[in-house]
Design a protein. Structure first.
Length: 138
């Protein structure tokens, strides 16, 4: 894990959950809540895809969780195409100068960036109740 990331509250817990930093490939952005002052949040459901295949021919996924990025002191954003399904190709999270950047690369739906002075991360294990993903973990 990169040195700057070690100083982000909650980043170590996310790293420990997977054993590596996730790419958020195929993750779904569940919500974006923006506030002009105070804390704004972005929530994404993500998981780890294994190399095992189930009886239906789908890859078995495990370690489902909802990751909440809590951002404060918004520095800018450029978001588009949020809809009823916001699947990501990947989510890049990095630091540029004094700002943290969340960069959403879409597979379908939400795309764009959020920049903020402060970020913390919350992890909630499990599949969200309103998820279209119904497969349970092994």
């Amino acid at each position: 894990m990169e040195e700057w990331l070690k100083n982000v509250p909650g980043a170590q817990a996310l790293f420990d959950w997977f054993g590596y930093w996730p790419s958020f490939h195929d993750a779904e952005v569940l919500s974006v809540h923006l506030n002009r002052t105070g804390t704004s949040t972005v929530q994404a459901h993500t998981w780890e895809m294994t190399d095992k295949v189930d009886a239906r021919g789908f890859f078995v996924c495990r370690k489902h969780c909802v990751v909440t990025f809590e951002v404060e002191e918004l520095a800018g954003m450029d978001l588009a195409h949020f809809n009823n399904q916001n699947a990501l190709s990947n989510l890049d999270f990095y630091k540029k100068d004094s700002e943290f950047v969340l960069d959403f690369a879409p597979a379908h739906g939400l795309q764009g960036t959020v920049r903020a002075k402060k970020v913390s991360i919350q992890l909630t294990p499990g599949i969200p109740s309103d998820s279209q993903y119904k497969e349970q973990e092994d």
